[in-house]
Design a protein around this ligand. Structure first.
Ligand code: HSE
Length: 380
């Protein structure tokens, strides 16, 4: 199978190298920007790939929604298989592209878009054939885990930890999607799409780590806890599907021991019970290995991971959680607190009653509109 690659950055280069030495695969052209066109195998016009009848499959590793989505459509319409590592593009256009690929009898696969080398989407797409998945939950962003770990284990400041995550190549060029929780959210909604055929798309319940401070780390560590950024998705008893992202405080368990930039994600099958996957969620070869998994899957006849009839939903029926809230003491009465963890000058760290997660996200959003700072993390 001859494989063309769109993009020659961290992932694209890794894919090209791995395809070159993979049995049954052969390298086709690589699409780059004009100023990057330095090798004979490189081209700068997508039409050179679309019109090349010898190319069977195209791997997209450019990132961003456009022009990646338009290129995907052209490639699939031209009768080629399409594999991507681009979570933003699949989150926004994946359902339509998967329908088009199905119509054309070609593959649309995106293992590498969630979990890097960790085969969460692959496993879910296999598991749903024989089990009912009730929940999916875990650390799906290496950048934020690296920052949280450095702040809590080494006492490093937020800015220094972010600078290191950038230097190590974990963070996106623009790390705002990592830090705001949107990168984790896009990944969990892809997992929900694969597991449930429903893609929760309301990004209202997405909290990142911007508000987390060294003082929060000190208060939480003093109680024996550690904060991790957790993406959760699941199936309610009434059949609705939810997805949300928020910092979570762990006192023990696997997530607490996940250090540096690693990912750790679990899913629960009604029959299989809890399954946990741990590994490298980013980086050249882990991500390229997921792309190769899809390419070899195509050779074995696997053409889809997005279920037929998958739809976007705006459901927000989230579970109830207890939260640690750090806020100015005059705002504490807005939360129904059961316990005070710490007080310093005009700031309090309180623990709330059980509240539906969407209620907490809405409340904090409205407080921030008043220009006030709040940090919150659910308590495991
Ligand atoms: N910026 C992402 C992360 C890269 O830190 O997990 C992998 O999707």
């Amino acid at each position: 199978m001859k494989v063309a690659v769109l993009g020659y950055g961290t992932v694209g280069k890794g894919v090209y190298e791995m395809v070159r030495s993979a049995p049954g695969l052969e390298c086709g052209p690589v699409l780059v920007l004009p100023h990057e066109c330095t090798e004979p195998f490189m081209v700068t016009d997508i039409e050179d790939i679309v019109s090349d009848g010898s190319v069977d499959a195209v791997v997209e590793a450019m990132g961003g929604v456009e022009p990646a989505a338009s290129f995907a459509e052209k490639v699939i319409r031209s009768g080629k298989h399409f594999v991507t590592s681009n979570k933003a593009m699949v989150a926004e256009k994946g359902i339509e592209l998967a329908d088009l690929a199905r119509e054309k009898g070609k593959a649309f696969l995106f293992s590498a878009a969630c979990g890097g080398g960790v085969p969460i989407l692959h496993n879910l797409s296999v598991a749903v054939k024989s089990d009912r998945i009730t929940g999916i939950r875990g650390i799906l962003n290496g950048t934020t885990n690296y920052i949280l770990d450095a702040m809590q284990s080494e006492g490093m400041g937020f800015d220094e930890a972010l600078a290191r995550a950038k230097a190590l190549g974990y963070a996106e060029a623009d790390p705002s999607a990592d830090l705001s929780g949107m990168d984790s959210f896009r990944k969990i909604l892809l997992a929900c799409a694969v597991a449930y055929g429903r893609q929760p798309s309301s990004a209202k319940d997405v909290e990142g780590i911007y508000e987390f401070t060294a003082k929060d780390a000190q208060v939480i560590n003093g109680r024996g806890g550690a904060v991790r950024l957790i993406a959760s998705g699941g199936l309610n008893e009434n059949g609705s599907v939810y997805a949300f992202v928020e910092p979570v405080i762990f006192f023990d368990g696997m997530e607490k021991s996940v250090r540096k930039n690693f990912n750790c994600v679990s899913y629960t099958g009604e029959r299989a019970g809890l399954i946990t996957l741990f590994g490298q969620g980013a980086g050249r070869y882990p991500t390229a290995s997921a792309v190769l998994r899809d390419l070899t899957g195509i050779m074995d006849g696997t053409l889809e991971m997005m279920p037929h009839g998958c739809v976007r939903t705006e459901e927000r029926n989230l579970p109830q959680r207890r939260y640690l809230v750090r806020c100015d003491s005059d705002m504490a009465s807005r939360f129904s607190a059961t316990e005070e963890w710490h007080r310093e000058a005009d700031t309090v760290w309180i623990i709330t009653d059980l509240v539906p997660a969407e209620e907490m996200h809405d409340k904090v959003r409205s407080i921030r509109k008043e220009g006030r700072n709040v940090f919150f993390a659910s308590v495991e």
